[in-house]
Design a protein. Sequence first.
Length: 213
Amino acid sequence: METLEQIKARIEASLPGARLQIIPNESPSGQRSVQVDAARADAVARFLRDDPQLGLDYASNVTGVDWPDTVVKEKVKVKKVVDGVEKEVEEIAEKKRPGYLEAVYHLYSMSLKHGPLIIRLRTGNRADKVHLPSLTPIWRGCEFQEREIFDLYGVVFDGHPDLRRILMWDGFQDHPMRKDYVEPDDYEYEPTPHDDVLEKTSAAQLRSQRNVT
């Protein structure tokens, strides 16, 4: 398979306006990925599937990632007067990075027997801009996995044929894979409380009774 740089260049040449960025990976695997702008994700996905050199016809794995707000430290150069002389010095500046959610797709070619190519779609934030285009119409295997990301992370996949919860029950509140998710005490919406959940429910009811009396 071509390098990520070659694939990126060919996509940008074929789809003017598409914005792609190669994301490094500092883990031991060093497996890099390509971030695709959500506005052109459908067109990029079809290119990856239909291009005769790539033929990425199979999405083996789709997962979600939650990136909360964080503070990033960066080295910056600033001009300061030192001993009466203006000099350029290096300082550490803190910059707040707004949080976002990601959907990460691992793509293979069953016909050409190569891969994976990893692409990432990023939401605008973690609050009111959580929509991404569904890639289920391109790769049918994404259907249940995008539903799982919707259920557990709250990403809304526009164009998905059947977007509804798949693991949590109807009426469940929030998205339990979010890093700021707070587990409830009583699980009042769970149809069949059991084991440690039942203990928490009983403890919450006991505290409630004490507060009343």
